[in-house]
Design a protein around this ligand. Structure first.
Ligand SMILES: C[C@H](O)[C@H](O)[C@H]1CNC2=NC(N)=NC(=O)C2=N1
Length: 89
């Protein structure tokens, strides 16, 4: 279920980092409300996919953290969501 370290390294989209059992990207915006709107867009995608990130909304940024809680690590679901989120940005 969880990906191997090599699989994570090769499948992780370019702008994302691995931090332990999570993959992380921080998206930057020109103003606060654009970030909030983007976070809301991601929430819609997450609900459709039934796989939910942690979203940290900053002044002009949205930090996105993905992990697969039930599997206890990083899975294909996390990689898929990262790609869908990048398409939304
Ligand atoms: C019951 C469990 O919460 C659900 O199966 C889904 C909901 N969204 C989820 N989101 C994430 N990130 N990991 C999960 O394991 C997960 N499980």
């Amino acid at each position: 279920m969880t990906l191997t370290d090599d699989e994570v390294d090769t499948q992780l989209p370019d702008e994302w980092d691995r931090q332990g059992d999570e993959i992380v990207r921080t998206y930057e915006f020109d103003d606060y409300l654009n970030g909030v709107s983007f976070a809301s867009d991601l929430a819609e995608i997450a609900d459709e996919e039934f796989h939910h990130p942690e979203l940290i909304i900053g002044f002009r940024s949205v930090e996105v953290r993905l992990t697969s809680h039930e599997a206890g690590g990083i899975t294909d679901d996390d990689i898929r969501l990262a790609e869908l989120f990048d398409d939304e940005y």
